[in-house]
Design a protein around this ligand. Structure first.
Ligand code: ATR
Length: 278
């Protein structure tokens, strides 16, 4: 069977059974009636490099990369895109015809596309952004906001040193604000993003309110379980526009799918339903 008529791709993680990527790519393969396969692949950290090189030899075109490999994969890649280098992690790798491995990060792209699709009038340049959290997801979000021309990013994290490290990495447009001053930091912030796990089900309530957020500001949460997190619910009650985080997961998958299977897929309600039901 030739690669060109039956492309192979997948997602590599450890463990892998929770990944929604196989459902997502499987939905698109079926919908566009494409031949090809997208497989979940479990590789423990010690086997990552060998495992990836074996997949390349088997004819895989590339794979998505998930926990815990997103940072370590950069060390073994032969080439790294600017976004992956600046975010310090990769979620997509491509196996090139010459045997080399290229690493890319589409999480920031997914974050922006989700907002563009669901908040038509959102303009990242219209004012400062406020980002809560300083983990891996926050790095992608901060990179994306700066790349889209946000004039500045206010960054708040429970553990301040992590926010400072992230701010130092991205330079003067990122300003650290105190975790207990998040409510004040909303003043004038036109894009407000939660990247912490605080909004998830089962997490303790937090003392945040949107009283000082500007009307017309956009609020989003990268957590999508539940779809409407307490963070988004509070923002809605204040009359702010909100976008849930599921679209970021869906949109980050688009570039890989297009490159491996030869068609740019659409992110629509059918896809959302399929992933939510998985
Ligand atoms: P990810 O890569 O998904 O962003 P992470 O690196 O574990 O995951 O980061 C999780 C984020 O949620 C961090 O910003 C973390 O804050 P700390 O750096 O202080 O740990 C934040 N977070 C998790 N639980 C929290 C809580 N109960 N209160 C405040 N922040 C919390």
């Amino acid at each position: 069977m030739s690669n060109t008529v039956h492309p192979l791709a997948g997602v590599v993680g450890w463990p892998i059974k929770h990944s929604k990527s196989p459902v997502l790519h499987g939905h698109w393969l079926k919908r566009y009636d494409l031949t090809g396969e997208y497989r979940p692949i479990a590789l423990p950290p010690a086997d990552l490099e060998d495992g990836l090189r074996k997949l390349a030899k088997k004819g895989f075109k590339g794979v998505n990369i998930t926990i815990p490999h997103k940072e370590t994969v950069l060390k073994l890649a032969d080439s790294i895109t600017d976004s992956a280098a600046l975010i310090g992690a990769a979620n997509t790798v491509h196996f090139h015809a010459d045997g080399t491995i290229g690493a890319d990060n589409t999480d920031g792209y997914g974050f922006i596309q989700n907002l563009r699709q669901n908040a038509l009038y959102w303009n990242p340049k219209s004012g400062p952004a406020l980002v809560l959290g300083a983990g891996g997801a926050a790095r992608a979000v901060v990179w994306a906001l700066l790349n889209e021309g946000a004039p500045s990013v206010r960054l708040a994290n429970r553990t301040r040193i992590r926010a400072e490290n992230l701010a130092n990495h991205f330079g003067a447009r990122v300003e650290v604000v105190e975790w207990n001053e998040v409510n004040e930091a909303m003043i004038g912030a036109t894009t407000i993003v939660n990247t912490t796990s605080l909004g998830m089900e089962g997490q303790p309530e937090w003392r945040i309110h949107f009283d000082d957020a500007p009307i017309g500001g956009l609020v989003t949460d990268i957590v999508y379980t539940p779809l409407i997190t307490p963070f988004l619910k509070m923002a809605q009650e204040r009359g702010l526009e909100t976008v849930d985080g599921l679209g970021m997961l869906l949109h980050q998958a688009v570039p890989g799918f297009e490159s491996w299977f030869g068609r740019k897929p659409e992110v629509d309600d059918d896809l959302r339903q399929a992933v939510l039901e998985a």
